[in-house]
Write a protein that binds this ligand. Sequence first.
Ligand SMILES: C[S@@+](CC[C@H](N)C(=O)[O-])C[C@H]1O[C@@H](n2cnc3c(N)ncnc32)[C@H](O)[C@@H]1O
Ligand SMILES: [Zn+2]
Length: 324
Amino acid sequence: MAQTTLDAEPKEHAKKDTASMKAKEEEFIKSCRPLNEMLDSVRNVEGFPIGKDEDILALSEAPWYTACPNPYVNEFIKAFGTPYDEETDDYERKPYIGDVSEGKKDPIYNAHSYHTKVPYKAIMKFIEHYTDEGDVVFDGFCGTGMTGVAAQILNRSAILSDLSSIATFIAYNLNEYTNLNKFDKEVERVLQEVNDECGWLYETTHIDGTTKGEIVYTIFSEVLICPYCGNEYVVWDAAVDYENNIENILFDCPTCKAKINKSESEQAHYTFFDEITSTNVTQVKRVPVLINYSIKNKRFLKKPDKLDLIEPQANLTLLLEILK
Ligand SMILES: C[S@@+](CC[C@H](N)C(=O)[O-])C[C@H]1O[C@@H](n2cnc3c(N)ncnc32)[C@H](O)[C@@H]1O
Ligand SMILES: [Zn+2]
């Protein structure tokens, strides 16, 4: 067990008795000592991160999420679980025998990819069968926390743990309560900031020569070498009839007019100095040939102009400027 997420908060659409749950949570928070005073109690647990305490504290949102073995687990189980009593315990379930087949086209499932990720709707069937409302569900290999999502939808609490820090981080973020308005505003703010800094990279000049449009996509074409005259040619220009949606197999070399095809033409390359790796880099040559852009929701197509055709190494230099 390394990093652990505790989730007691039911999801919006499954809220039952939310006020009493909130009160219970607040009481629980009050009963918890600060995380910096608790680290020593879990420091010797296998999987405790090799890192500075201050970083663990900064990453954590105790008691719900700790970037180390969670020292509040026992108290959490006492507060939110049903104490086990050997004398009175009569838990019994037949093995679950239903077919479980769930698609993967779900926004929560797709919010973050992960290896061998399980759709939470599939997990719900097992939780519903083996546990009761109000129970605590434990997943010690939680990955992105789909068990927690399933448990919360069914009004169960969840304890999620994983050896991987990124797993518990994703699991926590998919399971914690999110204020949608705040989230929306933050997304807008980040998009605006990125747009202010990098939006110009996606700008192109409209055919009127002044208005700026936003590039939606650019079509690139390979550049090949004519086997007869040795000159480079752009496949798009020589072989493609865009209006009629045809790519000709046999076409004229734009320079020597010989009848040629792609398979007998070699690829053209170019070499440039990459300032990031301080080496010469050779790449297959491709050039932009058509730009689709929008102005006030109206789409336009144009051939790239001079400004659109800045050399790739110039792009790299610009990228370096942004990264500084
Ligand atoms: C198959 S993934 C789980 C994916 C999860 N079902 C989901 O939907 O995202 C298995 C997880 O087990 C974790 N794991 C492997 N060995 C572990 C260990 N000894 N202790 C805790 N977690 C471990 C891995 O980091 C991985 O995230
Ligand atoms: Zn030629």
